[in-house]
Design a protein around this ligand. Structure first.
Ligand code: PLP
Length: 393
C-alpha cells in the first residue's frame, strides 16, 4: 500500500484506513504525530520568497491537520475541507463565509440550539436576518426565498426532533436562485449521507461527535464543493481559525475506525428504537429508520444507515418522576454531546427554542445515544428507569 492520497479509486473503507497518512515521511511510524509549532524555518531566501515549503506558519496548517482534511474531503466528495476547534465554530465560520450585510439566512427550525444562538445574536448584529422554516418544507421553501437570501442552513435529521429534510428539493430551489445550501451532517456522517451529491454546497460536522468517537476531543469541519470552496477557505484563513495539532491527531485516530463504529451504532440505535416503541411510559419514538417516523420514506431514499442518536417522548408525568428515572441510571450517563462509546440519555425541551413550527408534544423528551455496552444491560437500565418513572408521583 502506498502512502496517503493515491489517485486510484480505492473503496471507502480503504480510504478511511489509509488516506492522509504518510508513514514513509516519518520513519515508518503508522500515525502522523501531532506537529506542534508556530514557526516553520525556511532554508534560504529563495524558498522564503517563493513560499516553496508545504507549510508556512503554524496557524495555516501542518501535517496533522492536513491528513484529517484530506480524509474528510475524500469522504464527502468535496473540493476541500478546513478544521475548526469545535462543531459550533465550524457552523459560525460557514455561515460567515456566505453572509452578506442586509441579507437573510433561512435556517431549519430543528437546528442545533447554539446554531440559532449564533444566528440570533452575531449574524443579526452584523445585519443578516435569520428566518426559521418548517424542517418539512421541501420545495415550498421557494416561497420564503427573497432576493436578499444569502444562504439556506439545514440539519438533517434535526438533532433533537429528528425531522428529515428534503435536501435535493431544497437544493434545487436554491440553485435556481443562486443561493448556497449549508448542512450540518453530524448525525449521519459522510458514510451514511453525502449532502454534496444531493445538491448541497457546504457541509459542516461536529467532529467532536462521531469523528472523534471517544468523548475526548473537540473539533469541527467545513467541506465545500468547487464553487464555494474558495470563499470558505478564505474566510477560515482570514478569521485565523486553527485546530490544535493534538485535537487533529485524536480526530485522525478516531476516524480510522469510523466505519466499524457507525455500523455498530446504526444497528444498535435501530434495535433500541424498535424495542422502545412498545414500552409502557413511551408515547413516541423519533427515529427516522422506523417505519412509524413521518419522514421514513425520505430517510430511506437518501440515507445509507442510521446515526446513534434518537429521541423518545415520555408519557406526561411530573418533574419528580423524571428525576426518579434519570438520577438512578446504572449504565446510561446524563450529559451533553454524543458520539462516544458510552450511552447517554439527555432530557430535552425543544418547545423552548422553536419559533417557526411550535413543538406540541405533551410529554417530556429524552434524547438517547446508544453506545457499545451490552444491549441487555442497556435495555434493563431503560426498563428499570421507565418503571421508576411510572411508579413516581
Ligand atoms: C454537538 C453538535 C454541534 C456542536 O458541536 P461542538 O463540537 O459541541 O461545538 C453541532 N451540531 C450538532 C448536530 C451537534 O450535535
Amino acid at each position: 500500500m502506498t502512502d496517503g492520497n493515491d489517485e486510484r479509486a480505492f473503496g471507502r473503507q480503504t480510504k478511511l484506513v489509509h488516506t492522509g497518512r504518510r508513514p514513509s515521511e516519518q520513519f515508518g511510524f503508522v500515525n502522523t504525530p501531532p506537529f506542534r509549532g508556530s514557526t516553520i524555518l525556511y532554508p534560504d531566501l529563495e524558498s522564503f520568497e517563493t513560499n516553496a515549503l508545504p507549510y508556512s506558519y503554524g496557524r495555516t496548517g501542518n501535517p496533522s491537520s492536513q491528513g484529517v482534511q484530506e480524509l474528510i474531503t475524500a469522504l464527502e466528495g468535496a473540493k476541500g475541507t478546513v478544521l475548526t476547534p469545535s462543531g459550533l465554530s465550524a457552523i459560525s465560520t460557514a455561515l460567515i463565509s456566505v453572509a452578506k450585510a442586509g441579507g437573510d439566512v433561512l435556517i431549519t427550525d430543528s437546528a442545533y440550539g447554539p446554531t440559532r444562538r449564533f444566528a440570533d445574536t452575531v449574524l443579526k448584529r452584523i445585519g443578516v436576518e435569520p428566518r426559521y422554516f418548517d424542517p418539512r418544507i421541501g420545495s415550498e421553501i421557494a416561497q420564503l426565498v427573497t432576493d436578499k437570501t444569502c444562504g439556506i442552513f439545514l440539519e438533517s435529521p434535526g438533532s433533537l426532533t429528528f425531522e428529515i429534510q428534503d435536501v435535493p428539493a431544497i437544493s434545487e430551489v436554491a440553485r435556481r436562485h443562486n443561493i448556497p445550501v449549508l448542512i450540518d451532517n453530524s448525525w449521519a456522517t459522510p458514510l451514511y449521507l453525502r449532502p454534496l451529491d444531493l445538491g448541497a454546497d457546504i457541509v459542516v460536522h461536529a467532529g467532536t461527535k462521531m469523528f472523534v468517537g471517544h468523548s475526548d476531543a473537540m473539533v469541527g469541519t467545513i467541506s465545500a464543493n468547487e464553487r464555494y470552496w474558495p470563499q470558505v477557505n478564505e474566510t477560515h484563513r482570514a478569521l485565523g481559525i486553527y485546530l490544535a495539532p493534538d485535537e487533529a491527531f485524536l480526530t485522525a485516530r478516531g476516524m480510522r475506525t469510523l466505519e466499524l463504529r457507525m455500523k455498530e451504532h446504526s444497528s444498535r440505535s435501530v434495535e433500541m428504537a424498535n424495542w422502545l416503541e412498545g414500552m409502557g411510559g413511551v408515547t413516541r419514538v423519533l427515529h427516522p429508520a422506523l417505519p412509524s417516523h413521518l419522514d421514513h420514506a425520505l430517510f430511506s431514499r437518501d440515507f445509507k444507515g442510521s446515526g446513534s442518536l434518537f429521541s423518545i417522548i415520555l408519557e406526561p408525568r411530573s418533574r419528580t418522576a423524571l428525576a426518579a428515572m434519570v438520577d438512578h441510571w446504572s449504565v446510561f450517563g446524563m450529559g451533553a454531546s454524543w458520539g462516544g462509546y458510552e450511552s447517554l440519555a439527555l432530557p430535552s425541551w425543544p418547545e423552548k427554542v422553536r419559533t417557526a413550527v411550535p413543538w406540541n408534544e405533551d410529554g417530556q423528551m429524552l434524547r438517547l445515544h446508544i453506545g457499545f455496552e451490552d444491549m441487555n444491560d442497556l435495555k434493563s437500565d431503560l426498563a428499570e428507569g421507565l418503571a421508576r418513572y411510572l411508579a413516581a408521583d
